[in-house]
Design a protein around this ligand. Sequence first.
Ligand SMILES: *Cc1c(COP(=O)(O)O)cnc(C)c1O
Length: 384
Amino acid sequence: MDFHGCDANRNLAFLSHVSAGVSGLRPYQPGMPIEELQRRLGIADAVKLASNENPLGASPKVATALARAVATNLALYPDDGAFRLKRMLAERHGVTPESITLCNGSNTLLDLYARVFLGPDRAAMYSQYAFAVYPIVTAAQNAPAVVIPALPPDHPQMPYGDNLEEFAAHLREDVALIFLASPNNPTGTWVSAEAFERFMARVPARTLVVLDEAYHEFQAPRLRIDSAALLLRYPNLAVTRTFSKAFGLAGLRVGYGVSHPRVADLLGRVRQPFNNGTLALVAAQASLDDVAHIEATVANNDVERERMTQHLRALGLQVLPSQANFVTLDLGRDAAPVHQALLESGVIVRPMKSYGLLQCLRVSIGLPSHNRRFLDALKRALER
Ligand SMILES: *Cc1c(COP(=O)(O)O)cnc(C)c1O
Protein backbone atom coordinates (compact mmCIF):
# COMPACT_ATOMS: atom_id res chain seq x y z
CA MET A 1 0.00 0.00 0.00
CA ASP A 2 1.30 3.42 -0.95
CA PHE A 3 0.55 6.10 1.66
CA HIS A 4 1.66 9.00 -0.52
CA GLY A 5 -1.23 11.32 -1.21
CA CYS A 6 -3.83 9.03 0.28
CA ASP A 7 -6.46 9.85 2.90
CA ALA A 8 -4.39 8.33 5.68
CA ASN A 9 -2.09 11.36 5.66
CA ARG A 10 -4.86 13.76 6.59
CA ASN A 11 -4.52 13.60 10.34
CA LEU A 12 -1.29 12.45 11.85
CA ALA A 13 -1.96 14.22 15.17
CA PHE A 14 -1.15 11.03 17.08
CA LEU A 15 2.50 11.58 16.15
CA SER A 16 2.63 14.30 18.80
CA HIS A 17 2.89 11.50 21.37
CA VAL A 18 6.18 10.25 19.99
CA SER A 19 8.88 10.96 22.55
CA ALA A 20 11.47 13.64 21.90
CA GLY A 21 14.20 11.00 21.98
CA VAL A 22 12.62 8.96 19.21
CA SER A 23 11.61 12.01 17.16
CA GLY A 24 15.21 13.19 17.10
CA LEU A 25 16.64 9.79 16.14
CA ARG A 26 18.23 8.99 12.86
CA PRO A 27 18.05 5.28 12.09
CA TYR A 28 21.16 3.12 11.97
CA GLN A 29 22.72 3.08 8.51
CA PRO A 30 23.79 -0.44 7.61
CA GLY A 31 26.36 -1.36 4.97
CA MET A 32 24.85 -1.65 1.51
CA PRO A 33 23.81 -5.23 0.69
CA ILE A 34 25.45 -6.77 -2.39
CA GLU A 35 22.00 -7.23 -3.97
CA GLU A 36 21.31 -3.50 -3.69
CA LEU A 37 24.45 -2.56 -5.59
CA GLN A 38 23.54 -5.14 -8.22
CA ARG A 39 20.05 -3.64 -8.49
CA ARG A 40 21.31 -0.06 -8.61
CA LEU A 41 24.32 -0.34 -10.89
CA GLY A 42 23.88 -3.74 -12.49
CA ILE A 43 27.21 -4.94 -11.13
CA ALA A 44 27.26 -8.72 -11.05
CA ASP A 45 30.36 -9.50 -9.01
CA ALA A 46 30.30 -6.93 -6.22
CA VAL A 47 32.48 -7.37 -3.14
CA LYS A 48 31.15 -6.24 0.23
CA LEU A 49 33.70 -5.00 2.74
CA ALA A 50 31.24 -2.87 4.65
CA SER A 51 29.84 -4.76 7.65
CA ASN A 52 32.79 -6.63 9.15
CA GLU A 53 31.39 -10.03 8.28
CA ASN A 54 33.55 -13.15 8.19
CA PRO A 55 34.86 -13.59 4.60
CA LEU A 56 35.34 -17.32 5.29
CA GLY A 57 31.68 -17.65 6.16
CA ALA A 58 30.45 -19.74 9.06
CA SER A 59 32.04 -22.97 10.24
CA PRO A 60 31.20 -25.93 7.94
CA LYS A 61 29.83 -27.62 11.07
CA VAL A 62 27.01 -25.06 11.03
CA ALA A 63 25.61 -26.26 7.70
CA THR A 64 25.54 -29.86 8.94
CA ALA A 65 23.88 -28.91 12.21
CA LEU A 66 21.33 -26.70 10.44
CA ALA A 67 20.42 -29.42 7.94
CA ARG A 68 19.65 -31.70 10.84
CA ALA A 69 17.73 -28.98 12.68
CA VAL A 70 15.60 -28.11 9.66
CA ALA A 71 14.33 -31.68 9.70
CA THR A 72 13.07 -31.23 13.28
CA ASN A 73 9.75 -29.66 14.07
CA LEU A 74 10.06 -25.93 13.36
CA ALA A 75 6.42 -25.48 14.33
CA LEU A 76 7.53 -25.71 17.94
CA TYR A 77 8.84 -22.64 19.76
CA PRO A 78 12.57 -22.67 20.47
CA ASP A 79 13.99 -23.50 23.90
CA ASP A 80 13.41 -20.17 25.63
CA GLY A 81 16.00 -20.95 28.30
CA ALA A 82 18.57 -21.93 25.61
CA PHE A 83 19.72 -24.57 28.05
CA ARG A 84 22.52 -26.09 25.97
CA LEU A 85 24.02 -22.95 24.50
CA LYS A 86 23.93 -21.12 27.83
CA ARG A 87 25.71 -24.03 29.49
CA MET A 88 28.40 -24.03 26.79
CA LEU A 89 28.91 -20.27 27.09
CA ALA A 90 28.95 -20.36 30.88
CA GLU A 91 31.65 -23.00 30.82
CA ARG A 92 33.67 -21.00 28.32
CA HIS A 93 33.52 -17.86 30.50
CA GLY A 94 33.92 -19.58 33.86
CA VAL A 95 30.53 -18.43 35.15
CA THR A 96 27.18 -20.09 35.87
CA PRO A 97 24.42 -20.06 33.21
CA GLU A 98 22.57 -17.49 35.35
CA SER A 99 25.19 -14.96 34.25
CA ILE A 100 24.48 -15.42 30.54
CA THR A 101 21.87 -13.43 28.60
CA LEU A 102 21.19 -14.52 25.05
CA CYS A 103 19.85 -12.13 22.46
CA ASN A 104 18.91 -11.80 18.83
CA GLY A 105 22.27 -10.16 18.06
CA SER A 106 24.22 -8.22 20.65
CA ASN A 107 22.67 -4.96 19.43
CA THR A 108 19.43 -6.12 20.98
CA LEU A 109 21.30 -6.75 24.19
CA LEU A 110 22.60 -3.17 24.18
CA ASP A 111 18.98 -2.08 23.91
CA LEU A 112 18.05 -4.23 26.92
CA TYR A 113 20.77 -2.57 29.00
CA ALA A 114 19.40 0.81 27.97
CA ARG A 115 15.81 -0.16 28.77
CA VAL A 116 16.74 -1.41 32.23
CA PHE A 117 19.26 1.22 33.29
CA LEU A 118 18.61 4.45 31.35
CA GLY A 119 15.93 7.12 31.56
CA PRO A 120 15.42 10.89 31.59
CA ASP A 121 17.39 11.20 34.83
CA ARG A 122 19.81 8.31 34.23
CA ALA A 123 22.48 9.14 31.67
CA ALA A 124 24.67 7.05 29.39
CA MET A 125 28.33 7.82 28.73
CA TYR A 126 30.23 6.87 25.60
CA SER A 127 33.01 8.10 23.36
CA GLN A 128 32.68 10.55 20.48
CA TYR A 129 33.30 7.83 17.89
CA ALA A 130 31.47 5.07 19.72
CA PHE A 131 29.40 2.43 17.94
CA ALA A 132 26.26 4.02 16.42
CA VAL A 133 23.90 1.76 18.37
CA TYR A 134 24.84 3.36 21.73
CA PRO A 135 23.39 6.79 20.91
CA ILE A 136 20.33 5.14 19.37
CA VAL A 137 19.41 3.00 22.38
CA THR A 138 20.17 5.93 24.69
CA ALA A 139 17.95 8.39 22.82
CA ALA A 140 15.18 5.80 22.61
CA GLN A 141 15.00 5.90 26.43
CA ASN A 142 15.02 9.73 26.43
CA ALA A 143 18.18 9.48 28.46
CA PRO A 144 20.89 12.15 28.46
CA ALA A 145 24.21 11.22 26.87
CA VAL A 146 27.60 12.26 28.17
CA VAL A 147 29.75 12.09 25.05
CA ILE A 148 33.47 12.06 25.79
CA PRO A 149 35.73 13.66 23.15
CA ALA A 150 38.01 11.12 21.48
CA LEU A 151 41.78 11.29 21.51
CA PRO A 152 42.98 13.75 18.84
CA PRO A 153 43.60 12.66 15.21
CA ASP A 154 47.33 13.22 15.69
CA HIS A 155 47.59 11.19 18.90
CA PRO A 156 50.84 9.18 18.64
CA GLN A 157 49.41 5.82 19.78
CA MET A 158 45.66 5.88 19.41
CA PRO A 159 44.24 8.57 17.07
CA TYR A 160 40.45 8.85 17.45
CA GLY A 161 40.63 6.39 20.36
CA ASP A 162 38.64 6.36 23.58
CA ASN A 163 39.99 8.67 26.27
CA LEU A 164 39.43 6.80 29.54
CA GLU A 165 41.00 9.58 31.60
CA GLU A 166 38.24 11.88 30.36
CA PHE A 167 35.59 9.22 30.97
CA ALA A 168 36.72 8.97 34.60
CA ALA A 169 36.81 12.75 34.98
CA HIS A 170 33.16 13.10 33.90
CA LEU A 171 31.54 10.41 36.02
CA ARG A 172 28.86 12.63 37.43
CA GLU A 173 26.16 11.33 39.76
CA ASP A 174 23.51 10.60 37.11
CA VAL A 175 25.69 8.42 34.85
CA ALA A 176 24.01 5.03 35.11
CA LEU A 177 25.63 3.24 32.20
CA ILE A 178 28.90 3.43 30.27
CA PHE A 179 29.09 1.88 26.82
CA LEU A 180 32.62 1.08 25.71
CA ALA A 181 33.71 -1.12 22.81
CA SER A 182 37.25 -2.47 22.71
CA PRO A 183 38.30 -2.94 19.98
CA ASN A 184 35.96 -0.15 18.93
CA ASN A 185 33.85 0.13 15.82
CA PRO A 186 34.11 2.31 13.65
CA THR A 187 37.71 3.15 14.58
CA GLY A 188 39.33 -0.25 15.24
CA THR A 189 41.13 1.34 18.19
CA TRP A 190 41.28 -0.26 21.61
CA VAL A 191 41.92 0.59 25.24
CA SER A 192 44.83 -1.15 26.90
CA ALA A 193 44.17 -3.82 29.51
CA GLU A 194 46.06 -1.75 32.10
CA ALA A 195 44.15 1.45 31.34
CA PHE A 196 40.83 -0.41 31.53
CA GLU A 197 41.72 -1.98 34.89
CA ARG A 198 42.70 1.40 36.30
CA PHE A 199 39.46 2.79 34.92
CA MET A 200 37.28 0.11 36.54
CA ALA A 201 38.91 0.89 39.88
CA ARG A 202 37.72 4.51 39.48
CA VAL A 203 34.15 3.82 38.35
CA PRO A 204 31.73 4.23 41.25
CA ALA A 205 29.59 1.23 42.22
CA ARG A 206 26.46 3.12 41.09
CA THR A 207 27.57 3.01 37.44
CA LEU A 208 27.40 -0.10 35.24
CA VAL A 209 30.08 -0.50 32.57
CA VAL A 210 29.04 -2.43 29.45
CA LEU A 211 32.21 -3.60 27.72
CA ASP A 212 31.34 -4.52 24.12
CA GLU A 213 33.76 -7.19 22.92
CA ALA A 214 32.27 -7.80 19.47
CA TYR A 215 35.80 -7.98 18.00
CA HIS A 216 37.40 -9.91 20.85
CA GLU A 217 38.62 -12.84 18.73
CA PHE A 218 40.52 -10.55 16.36
CA GLN A 219 42.54 -8.87 19.07
CA ALA A 220 46.04 -10.16 19.83
CA PRO A 221 45.77 -12.18 23.07
CA ARG A 222 48.50 -10.11 24.74
CA LEU A 223 46.44 -6.95 24.24
CA ARG A 224 43.10 -8.29 25.46
CA ILE A 225 41.35 -7.06 28.56
CA ASP A 226 41.02 -9.94 31.04
CA SER A 227 37.29 -9.36 31.26
CA ALA A 228 36.65 -12.76 32.88
CA ALA A 229 38.83 -11.85 35.88
CA LEU A 230 37.36 -8.33 36.07
CA LEU A 231 33.78 -9.65 35.99
CA LEU A 232 34.50 -11.54 39.20
CA ARG A 233 35.92 -8.43 40.85
CA TYR A 234 33.37 -5.88 39.64
CA PRO A 235 29.65 -6.66 39.75
CA ASN A 236 29.14 -3.35 37.89
CA LEU A 237 30.89 -4.72 34.81
CA ALA A 238 29.06 -6.53 32.01
CA VAL A 239 30.54 -7.92 28.81
CA THR A 240 28.82 -8.43 25.46
CA ARG A 241 29.92 -10.77 22.69
CA THR A 242 28.49 -11.72 19.32
CA PHE A 243 28.36 -14.60 16.86
CA SER A 244 28.11 -12.08 14.00
CA LYS A 245 31.79 -11.34 13.45
CA ALA A 246 34.47 -14.03 13.94
CA PHE A 247 31.88 -16.80 14.10
CA GLY A 248 30.41 -15.74 10.77
CA LEU A 249 26.76 -15.95 11.81
CA ALA A 250 25.63 -12.34 11.22
CA GLY A 251 22.69 -13.60 9.17
CA LEU A 252 21.27 -15.61 12.06
CA ARG A 253 21.45 -12.96 14.81
CA VAL A 254 22.95 -14.32 18.02
CA GLY A 255 24.75 -12.31 20.68
CA TYR A 256 25.11 -12.69 24.41
CA GLY A 257 26.03 -10.91 27.59
CA VAL A 258 28.04 -12.06 30.59
CA SER A 259 27.19 -10.23 33.78
CA HIS A 260 26.39 -10.51 37.44
CA PRO A 261 23.34 -12.81 37.74
CA ARG A 262 21.28 -9.92 39.19
CA VAL A 263 21.90 -7.93 36.01
CA ALA A 264 21.09 -10.96 33.84
CA ASP A 265 17.88 -11.42 35.81
CA LEU A 266 16.83 -7.82 35.11
CA LEU A 267 17.62 -8.11 31.39
CA GLY A 268 15.64 -11.35 31.34
CA ARG A 269 12.56 -9.51 32.61
CA VAL A 270 12.40 -7.15 29.64
CA ARG A 271 13.65 -9.34 26.81
CA GLN A 272 11.05 -10.85 24.53
CA PRO A 273 10.28 -14.53 25.03
CA PHE A 274 11.86 -16.87 22.47
CA ASN A 275 14.24 -14.14 21.30
CA ASN A 276 16.57 -16.61 19.59
CA GLY A 277 15.21 -18.89 16.89
CA THR A 278 15.81 -22.63 16.92
CA LEU A 279 18.16 -22.46 13.95
CA ALA A 280 20.13 -19.59 15.45
CA LEU A 281 20.67 -21.53 18.67
CA VAL A 282 21.74 -24.68 16.82
CA ALA A 283 24.15 -22.74 14.60
CA ALA A 284 25.73 -20.93 17.54
CA GLN A 285 26.28 -24.23 19.35
CA ALA A 286 27.84 -25.84 16.29
CA SER A 287 30.14 -22.90 15.60
CA LEU A 288 31.35 -22.51 19.18
CA ASP A 289 33.31 -25.74 19.15
CA ASP A 290 35.00 -25.24 15.80
CA VAL A 291 38.26 -23.82 17.09
CA ALA A 292 40.02 -24.48 13.78
CA HIS A 293 37.58 -22.26 11.90
CA ILE A 294 38.12 -19.37 14.29
CA GLU A 295 41.88 -19.87 14.00
CA ALA A 296 41.71 -19.79 10.20
CA THR A 297 39.51 -16.68 10.38
CA VAL A 298 41.91 -14.88 12.68
CA ALA A 299 44.97 -15.99 10.69
CA ASN A 300 43.54 -14.56 7.46
CA ASN A 301 42.62 -11.37 9.29
CA ASP A 302 46.05 -10.94 10.88
CA VAL A 303 47.95 -11.34 7.61
CA GLU A 304 45.52 -9.36 5.46
CA ARG A 305 45.01 -6.49 7.93
CA GLU A 306 48.76 -5.98 8.06
CA ARG A 307 49.11 -6.20 4.28
CA MET A 308 46.19 -3.84 3.73
CA THR A 309 47.61 -1.36 6.23
CA GLN A 310 51.03 -1.38 4.53
CA HIS A 311 49.51 -0.86 1.08
CA LEU A 312 47.30 2.00 2.28
CA ARG A 313 50.16 3.71 4.09
CA ALA A 314 52.28 3.35 0.95
CA LEU A 315 49.55 5.38 -0.81
CA GLY A 316 50.17 8.12 1.75
CA LEU A 317 46.91 7.55 3.63
CA GLN A 318 46.47 7.62 7.40
CA VAL A 319 45.31 4.22 8.68
CA LEU A 320 44.02 4.09 12.23
CA PRO A 321 45.53 1.39 14.44
CA SER A 322 43.16 -1.59 14.39
CA GLN A 323 42.77 -4.76 16.41
CA ALA A 324 39.51 -5.61 14.66
CA ASN A 325 38.57 -7.17 11.31
CA PHE A 326 38.50 -3.83 9.53
CA VAL A 327 40.65 -0.77 9.05
CA THR A 328 39.54 2.83 9.02
CA LEU A 329 41.45 5.18 6.78
CA ASP A 330 41.61 8.93 6.59
CA LEU A 331 41.79 10.06 2.98
CA GLY A 332 42.69 13.62 3.89
CA ARG A 333 39.83 14.81 1.67
CA ASP A 334 36.08 14.31 1.28
CA ALA A 335 35.54 10.55 1.19
CA ALA A 336 32.15 10.72 -0.60
CA PRO A 337 33.43 10.81 -4.22
CA VAL A 338 35.92 8.03 -3.47
CA HIS A 339 33.15 5.98 -1.87
CA GLN A 340 31.02 6.50 -4.97
CA ALA A 341 33.88 5.55 -7.31
CA LEU A 342 34.45 2.37 -5.29
CA LEU A 343 30.76 1.48 -5.60
CA GLU A 344 30.98 1.94 -9.35
CA SER A 345 33.93 -0.49 -9.31
CA GLY A 346 31.73 -2.98 -7.46
CA VAL A 347 33.41 -2.55 -4.07
CA ILE A 348 31.20 -1.69 -1.11
CA VAL A 349 32.90 -0.05 1.87
CA ARG A 350 31.48 2.05 4.67
CA PRO A 351 31.47 5.84 4.60
CA MET A 352 31.95 7.39 8.05
CA LYS A 353 29.90 10.52 7.46
CA SER A 354 27.26 9.50 10.00
CA TYR A 355 30.03 9.50 12.61
CA GLY A 356 31.15 12.99 11.60
CA LEU A 357 34.28 11.57 9.96
CA LEU A 358 33.75 12.94 6.46
CA GLN A 359 37.24 12.08 5.26
CA CYS A 360 37.22 8.49 6.50
CA LEU A 361 36.21 5.13 5.09
CA ARG A 362 35.95 1.87 7.00
CA VAL A 363 36.98 -1.24 5.11
CA SER A 364 36.42 -4.78 6.36
CA ILE A 365 39.27 -7.22 5.89
CA GLY A 366 38.24 -9.77 3.28
CA LEU A 367 39.90 -12.65 1.50
CA PRO A 368 43.16 -11.75 -0.29
CA SER A 369 41.29 -11.46 -3.61
CA HIS A 370 38.69 -9.07 -2.09
CA ASN A 371 41.35 -6.88 -0.57
CA ARG A 372 43.34 -6.74 -3.81
CA ARG A 373 40.19 -5.74 -5.66
CA PHE A 374 39.55 -2.96 -3.12
CA LEU A 375 43.12 -1.68 -3.28
CA ASP A 376 43.11 -1.62 -7.08
CA ALA A 377 39.77 0.19 -7.15
CA LEU A 378 40.95 2.65 -4.52
CA LYS A 379 44.13 3.47 -6.47
CA ARG A 380 42.02 4.17 -9.56
CA ALA A 381 39.56 6.26 -7.54
CA LEU A 382 42.35 8.37 -6.03
CA GLU A 383 43.86 9.02 -9.46
CA ARG A 384 40.59 10.33 -10.87
C1 LIG B 1 29.00 -5.65 14.92
C2 LIG B 1 28.97 -5.08 16.28
C3 LIG B 1 28.13 -5.62 17.26
C4 LIG B 1 27.36 -6.86 17.00
O1 LIG B 1 26.14 -6.72 16.48
P1 LIG B 1 25.16 -7.98 16.40
O2 LIG B 1 23.87 -7.37 16.75
O3 LIG B 1 25.60 -9.00 17.42
O4 LIG B 1 25.27 -8.48 15.01
C5 LIG B 1 28.16 -5.08 18.51
N1 LIG B 1 28.99 -4.08 18.83
C6 LIG B 1 29.83 -3.57 17.93
C7 LIG B 1 30.77 -2.51 18.36
C8 LIG B 1 29.83 -4.04 16.63
O5 LIG B 1 30.64 -3.50 15.73
